[in-house]
Design a binder for this molecule. Structure first.
Ligand SMILES: [Zn+2]
Length: 198
């Protein structure tokens, strides 16, 4: 079971137990009181790589977790919220950056199994570097790869995905990636964009 798995039933508060069906164990737990399975489905995080020249936008977190450390802007998608709308909202909240959601392009899709998240990455560009971070961030700044404070990043687990974004930015050629990150591995594959039926 991963770290985010709940131990108690959110309905009745009773303990959740391991579950099996026809002798085959399941990944979810079960509440014997409610006689219902309890799923810890992955949450969905929308994140955005915003380029200004050869620099990418980072925000320094003002709130826990990882307070004071730098991250690519992003956050949980809310109920009833389309992905790009959520990504644009996070940019506004974390960096004070207003960008039309239609200007955000799909870039990465992946799993972060060790934190039970599905990760959807967008990319976009701005032609000036003005930011006005809100209360969620201490600072919002654009860094090129060398300027980036790699020793002060909030989520070093995703550094390889960020490095990929710098690679694509420096080559000025953005492809679309499927990334799978587990506690001990990072795998990426190009998403095929060929014509259907070819
Ligand atoms: Zn229950």
């Amino acid at each position: 079971m991963d770290a985010q798995t709940s131990s108690f039933c959110p309905e009745c508060g009773g303990p959740l137990v391991a579950h099996s069906v026809a002798g085959e164990s399941r990944r979810y737990r079960y509440c014997p009181g409610c006689q219902r399975p309890h799923h810890d489905h992955p949450t969905i995080v929308a994140t955005t790589f915003i380029a200004y020249g050869k620099r990418l936008l980072w925000v320094r977190r003002a709130i826990p977790p990882k307070q004071g450390l730098w991250a690519i802007p992003g956050g949980f998608v809310e109920q009833d919220e389309p992905l790009r709308i959520g990504a644009a909202r996070e940019l506004r909240e974390e960096a004070g950056l207003g960008i039309d959601p239609d200007e955000l392009h799909f870039y990465m899709l992946g799993t972060l199994t060790f934190i039970n998240q599905i990760y959807v990455g967008f990319r976009g560009r701005v032609d000036n570097g003005a930011c006005d971070p809100g209360p969620e961030s201490l600072e919002a700044r654009f860094f090129n790869r060398e300027e980036c404070p790699w020793d002060k990043v909030a989520y070093p687990e995703v550094n390889e995905a960020v490095q990929q974004a710098y690679d694509d930015l420096e080559r000025d050629c953005f492809q679309q990636w499927h990334v799978e990150m587990t506690a001990d591995s990072y795998q990426r594959t190009l998403i095929e964009t060929g014509a259907l039926g070819s």
